[in-house]
Design a protein around this ligand. Sequence first.
Ligand code: ST9
Ligand code: ZN
Ligand code: ZN
Length: 298
Amino acid sequence: MSSTASYKPQIVWPNVIVMLLYHYFSVLGLYYMLTMTQKWQTTLFCIILMRAGNLGITAGSHRLWCHKAYKAKLPLRIILCVLQTLSFQNSIYEWCRDHRVHHKFTDTDADPHNINRGFFFAHMGWLMVRKHPDVMKLGKTVSLSDLEADPVVRFQKKFYVILAPVTCFVLPTVLPWYLWNENWYFAFCSAGMFRYISSLHSTWLVNSAAHTWGSKPYNRSIKASENKVVSALTWGEGWHNYHHVFPWDYKAAELGTGDNWSATFIEVMAKIGWAYDLRTASPTMIKEKRDKTSTGFE
Ligand code: ST9
Ligand code: ZN
Ligand code: ZN
């Protein structure tokens, strides 16, 4: 019998409960923010942390470590690793492993967040059930040697269980209390929980909404789509049909669409010499792909 036929999803209840608690506290955080119960400095701090953490995911775990779309010198790798840890989206190693498997086995049972199992599963449900056996089995075919060779990635992986909660929850709670005398509970709910959960939902939309709605100018045979709203929310990560065809492009999009702050960040880093060997698809390659798609010869 195939692993698919015998597979029964097994819910991981502790993850469900933790997710519910995160959401409860983050709603309170949003309330403290909107009603200005908390100090304006804490709200500003929330926004800065949100944007910084997102860069750790987009420019860091996604474009640098997962897809090797550019190379980065040690100071930039350390900064991106700190920001990635702030996002608490699993260690760089685990994040990249799942994402490489997603690219290699898109929309199949071996895809950790297979969209064919429904919008909710692709969005966040996949983090609350045991993985499909095909993810483990076929995932073993994906090479991770470059990640194992990077001391920054190895260090973060080794101490992740301490580093992640401290960076994502403890510091955002303690710093506002210490620096501008904020009530620690307001800081915990807004700068900790709300900032974390809203950033998770934006990221998850790439796996759910950008695999459901949008156009497919580069490859019609996959569900990944060009989604403007997701792109605006994720600093340029919603041009997902393009990204699945040219995953190694540091811009993750064909056009400079005005929302690609992650690409701008990488370009600025290249100007100061911290990023180098930026890879991008040539106009000829893109045109060839577009022409094949429009004529049906993919
Ligand atoms: C989170 C991650 O939210 C979000 C990632 C989203 C990615 C989106 C990408 C989109 C593109 C661009 C970015 C946009 C950015 C936007 C930013 C701005 C807004 N291959 O996992 P385990 C093996 S995290 C090969 O425990 P279970 C391996 O041997 C949120 N092998 O499976 C492993 O052992 P080890 C917070 C694999 O037991 C073993 O299986 N975190 C693979 O089924 C067991 O692995 C959480 O909520 C693979 N892919 O449990 C945590 N996978 O690791 C949630 C596994 O020792 N996670 N193996 O090598 C868990 O609790 C569990 O993983 C589980 C599954 C319950 C979900
Ligand atoms: Zn995708
Ligand atoms: Zn990708």
